[in-house]
Design a protein around this ligand. Sequence first.
Ligand SMILES: Nc1nc2c(ncn2[C@@H]2O[C@H](COP(=O)(O)OP(=O)(O)OP(=O)(O)O)[C@@H](O)[C@H]2O)c(=O)[nH]1
Length: 643
Amino acid sequence: MSRFLKKVNCVQILLFPHSKSRLYRSVTSKRTNSTAAETKEVDVRLIRNFSIVAHVDHGKSTLADRLLEITGVIKPGAERAQVLDQLQVERERGITVKAVTASLNYVYNNEKYLLNLIDTPGHVDFSNEVVRSVSACQGVILLVDANEGVQAQTVAVHSLAKRNNLVIIPVLNKVDLPRANPENCKGQMKSLFNIDPETVLSISAKKGWGVKELLEAVITRIPAPTVDLKSPFMAHIIDTWHDRYRGVLCLAYIHSGRVEVGSAVRWSGESKQHVVKHLALLRPSEEPVDSAVAGQVVMVGCGPKGGGAVGSQLVSSDHPAATAGAGAPAVKHMVYAGVFPADQSQHPMLSDAIKKLGLNDSAVSIHPDSSPALGQGWRVGFLGLLHLDVFSQRLFQEYKAEAILTAPSVPYKIRVKGAKIIKQYKGEEVIITNPLQLPHPHHIEEYYEPFVIGTIITPVEYLGSVNTLCIDRRGAPLPSSAVDDRTTLLQYILPLSEVLVDFHDTLKSITSGFASFDYQDYGFHPSPLVRMDILLNGVLVEELTSIVHASRAEPTARRLTDKLKEMIPRQMVQVAIQAMVGGKVLSRETLKAYRKDVTAKLYGGDVTRRKKLLKQQSEGKKKMRSVANIKIPRNTFIDVLKR
Ligand SMILES: Nc1nc2c(ncn2[C@@H]2O[C@H](COP(=O)(O)OP(=O)(O)OP(=O)(O)O)[C@@H](O)[C@H]2O)c(=O)[nH]1
């Protein structure tokens, strides 16, 4: 083993690889010896595990591209941009959704290093990916756009890195832009994070300026992992995904010992043994290896029945106990929605798709649910609305499964009066993830609403309008601080339901895009709440039932009925739209009867044109949900919530 320990120096970059097969095709095809298993073991002193963390769009994926180029994984300019953003949804939306790992080799001072890089998402809805990624790292590159300066998410990822005792390499990106102001940004980093301006590196990820120096700073500033090679093998799982032929594959960070193809292993807490069948480095394409040692991040596969969950531990079969390892932090779901098949015959197919996607996206919680109108389905917990949107888009794009999503709701908590008399509530305090489950107000002693601490960084000229927005959303201010003489950091305690849907968009529009926002959980607090039902021609639309703050019931009722009137296409019959609380109608709108004649604009012409229009209309109708013979477009359930 020592022979190998001396020889290999490389750099690992971590990419979470649900779509590795695609990447495998694109990258591996260029490798000459792709199937031969790597037989050398790695010298732990020459391993660096690091992650790139930053506010959204500050250039993480672009920097990852440059690092892949410098280490020879991709040719400069030859590959498409943002190589690590592999999902269709990532490329379409230009955002990173999954953290992705790549192991890179880099020679420095005649030693060959193994660098594991993790490119993480920037959006707050995917922050669990960042938390998971840093659990396998000893350091982070904290990237700040020199044009925009420190933003709300920068504050969040900085404190995450601090909490995990990681070495932070502060880096200013986009210094090529004419409006970049590196000196001011260094001042912000000094005042907010106490970072010495001398230690801040300046780069342009787009042009490649300063990236080599950054890579060398990774080697010199971030320590090698401290590991125990002599103890039995133990690794914690940081990502899992499903492979059609090999079953569940896992990305594991090895804490102690070593593992080989053929090693007998088990999941901690289970006695059943498995045999390691696949072992590979992700570069980011798979590179099979025979063995791996503590400190490394490797892909492990134990055959179709050998999968474990994110955060679980894989240990050697003779391991006495398994307790070490960071594991996956508990995920707190911010929003729940019902997911139902468009028709019940598609239930098995959707079930399979949700199971597979749930394996890759460990942040969702999935529980069976049923509704008289929509049949059998699931209640799914998400980290935010973007997460929900991305989940349903991935279901469709990656698994061809189309689902109906009900109106998303934050979880509420109630304390039930005389809990024993209501059979379904075993405890006194009950979390309500579906507004339909809310019992009659007579049975409820206290309602609780989830709150968050929102952090906003804004130029001072917008302070007035930002404060007005926060107070309008029932926010309570906390002390603010100056980031520099033109920028302020504000903090507010806000109800989660008020920030979830469109707070960020409104904030961006009132500050001409200059303010940024991030939030952290602040737990449940008492709040007067009511259940609001929506009825169409007297029939309850279950998907639109919501829980609202009592003081907001009337304006919300008016907004919902107005919006529904706008969004529901006119029908053959007149439609009464009512919003009700406790049997009282708070708002009512009437949609007049009308048959949309899509062929009205045609005058003469080819009959095929008329047929085409009628066909398009009937296909559109299929995408509608029918309540009391009234057709509602499916996106209504989410769009109606937006102000
Ligand atoms: N001018 C300039 N533009 C850059 C630089 N680095 C990144 N960009 C641009 O900034 C935009 C965002 O870059 P990404 O790499 O996608 O940012 P990201 O942080 O990975 O984004 P998320 O993963 O969605 O958080 C892209 O349009 C890049 O081309 C740079 O050094 N200079």
